[in-house]
Design a protein around this ligand. Structure first.
Ligand SMILES: C[S@@+](CC[C@H](N)C(=O)[O-])C[C@H]1O[C@@H](n2cnc3c(N)ncnc32)[C@H](O)[C@@H]1O
Length: 231
């Protein structure tokens, strides 16, 4: 189970190089995963959106560009240095004024009940110490009929697993060590992906937390999954 203090300080250490490392280590495919997430959110009107574990804000920025400008977006994360990166990007682009970045813990959201139409979380749930609690919190702040979008690593198709884990365990930490200077953070990444449930078990977790009508979109040979649930 991830230790929240260790997770917070790890993201604080890699915050400044997080975006570069993401693009490089995923070969740029991470942009497409987030694009699929935004396309799914767009299918229904969503005046108020929470992007939890927003990190350096890439999902919040993609939502801002992909949704009507009247949409209000809250980008929330418990790691201030990651939020600082998001704010620097927002200020330097001079765009996306409809995003407010705020600090907050996903396991005890500093937000009222039923105040969002959509909650998105991208590559964040895996890092939370208590997924059931975090999912419950995300559902709590959704309005009835609101939708939860969980984009996360998953277990790939069986034939692809040996190649995938060879890349994650052998190659990725060495490349990440050069890019971020923090090999340990990316060894953690690999372990956390290996321990994470497959798409069917994740669906069961969302249902147990109170989500309904769960839909799953598997991407990149199953290595990433987008779960969509309704409150
Ligand atoms: C891998 S990054 C993902 C950032 C962004 N969503 C993206 O797609 O690039 C994971 C983020 O989750 C945040 N996080 C982890 N545990 C959290 C918690 N309990 N509450 C809020 N944020 C958390 C970390 O600080 C980090 O910014």
């Amino acid at each position: 189970m991830p230790d929240p203090i260790a997770v917070n300080s790890m993201f604080a250490r890699i915050a400044r190089r997080y975006d570069v490392a993401n693009r490089l280590l995923s070969g740029g495919v991470d942009v497409w995963w987030r694009h699929r997430l935004v396309a799914a959110v767009r299918r229904q009107p969503t005046p108020d959106v929470l992007d939890l574990a927003t990190g350096s804000g890439d999902v919040a920025f993609a939502l801002s560009k992909g949704l009507p400008p009247t949409t209000q977006i809250t980008g929330m994360d418990f790691c201030q240095p990651m939020l600082d990166e998001a704010v620097i990007k927002q200020q330097s682009s001079g765009r996306c004024p409809n995003i407010t970045f705020r600090q907050g813990d996903g396991m005890a959201l500093p937000l009222a009940d039923a105040c969002y139409d959509a909650v998105t979380i991208s590559f964040g749930l895996r890092n939370m110490a208590d997924r059931h609690l975090a999912l419950g919190e995300m559902l709590r702040v959704l309005r009835p009929g609101g939708r939860l979008f969980v984009l996360e690593f998953s277990q790939p198709y069986a034939w692809f697993r040996p190649f995938y884990y060879f890349y994650l365990k052998r190659l990725l930490p060495s490349i990440a060590a050069v890019v971020t200077g923090d090999r340990g953070a990316y060894e953690y990444l690999c372990g956390s992906i290996e321990r994470y449930p497959d798409h069917a078990a994740m669906t069961a977790e969302i249902l147990r937390a109170g989500g309904r009508s769960v839909e799953v979109k598997r991407m990149t040979l199953g290595s990433v999954a987008l779960h969509i649930a309704v409150k």
